[in-house]
Write a protein that binds this ligand. Structure first.
Ligand code: SF4
Length: 326
């Protein structure tokens, strides 16, 4: 089996832990957040209990996904320390952490690099127009702040995942501009491993009254993204947000090759349960696709990981019988 085979689709066997749901942003499409200081933080003891139950389940990735504490808040430092400690705990218990907790300072990002095999931040859309609509009360959604995160990840040599949120009031040309910006950043640093194309899928909590992104449009966006993005960036789509099997297959035909982290719950879209592995196989195999697990760090980034992280990555590669890095 070779991961370069044309008919292979990857996914990451994952579990999401949430340090806190509190967030100082108020994106109108959000189905995740609670008010600042109104959500109890996950304790290390509770996290240890959760992680203990995941042992021997072939779950490699722990996605650490958090609401944001304001950079000027006195609680920012304890928030960051909790995230760092959760990463360390996950690592020590044999998992591979991937953190996505909003914009970080350079120092925070540098510190998290030592306890993560990769990290992520959605660019969503770079158009400033959204600051007047869905991001009117979301100070950390400033396009220049998010672009800078991509740049810093590159300078720090952090394997990085980013992506677009589609259907939140942007235009088609906004998609191509955001994809072009990702492409330009990657050409400078070669650090983007995946780009997620996430269709807006309304949930029961959000205040935004907008229709879902038309899934029939997604293959077209994927095909154009494939033209814009360098070939070594994988395009990821979330299968729970593309419910029609034929359109999921159409997305693969258009160039998507990864289905992201498959965990018991999609914390960002809690109204859309993840399609589990066997069900995905049942959809993909008749279409000629083979579903194989992958790790949260792609093999081309082995040289960027410190020795301890690389050792754990290699253990998982052996466990999943994945080919060694070239
Ligand atoms: S989408 Fe993310 S940044 Fe926006 S309010 Fe929700 S948790 Fe906060």
């Amino acid at each position: 089996m070779s991961l370069s085979s044309q008919n292979i689709v990857t996914y990451s066997p994952a579990y999401t832990i949430v340090p806190t749901y509190e967030c100082f942003n108020r994106c109108t499409y959000c189905n995740f957040r609670s008010e600042p200081a109104k959500s109890l933080w996950l304790t290390l003891g509770a996290a240890q209990e959760i992680l203990s139950q995941l042992k021997n389940q072939n779950i490699c990735e722990i996605l650490i996904l958090s609401g944001e504490v304001h950079p000027d808040s006195a609680r920012r430092e304890p928030w960051f320390e909790r995230i760092y400690d959760l990463c360390l705990l996950a690592l020590e218990m044999g998992f591979l952490p991937h953190t996505n907790v909003g914009p970080l300072s350079w120092t925070e990002m540098e510190k998290l690099k030592s306890v993560n095999v990769s990290m992520g931040l959605m660019l969503e859309q770079l158009t400033p127009k959204l600051l007047n609509t869905v991001h009117r009360h979301a100070p950390s959604k400033l396009p220049e702040v998010r672009s800078q995160q991509l740049q810093w990840a590159g300078e720090l040599k952090i394997p990085f995942t980013t992506g677009l949120l589609l259907g939140i009031g942007e235009t088609e040309s906004d998609w191509w501009e955001t994809l072009a910006a990702i492409s330009e950043s990657h050409k400078l640093y070669h650090h983007i491993q995946e780009v997620i194309l996430q269709p807006h899928s309304p949930g029961t909590v959000q205040t935004l009254d907008a229709p879902p992104f038309n899934p029939h449009k997604l293959p077209e966006v994927i095909a154009k993204a494939r033209e814009i993005l360098p070939a070594d960036i994988t395009i990821q789509i979330p299968p729970n947000l593309v419910k029609d099997e034929n359109w999921l297959l159409a997305c693969l035909a258009a160039g998507a090759r990864d289905l992201g982290g498959i965990s018991p719950k999609d914390e960002v879209n809690p109204d859309y349960p993840h399609v589990q592995e066997q069900e995905l196989r049942n959809i993909l195999e008749p279409g000629g696709w083979e579903l194989v697990p992958r790790l949260p760090a792609y093999p081309q980034f082995d040289d960027w990981l410190d020795a301890g992280l690389l050792q754990k990555v290699k253990q998982w590669r052996r466990r999943f019988k994945l080919p060694p890095a070239q």
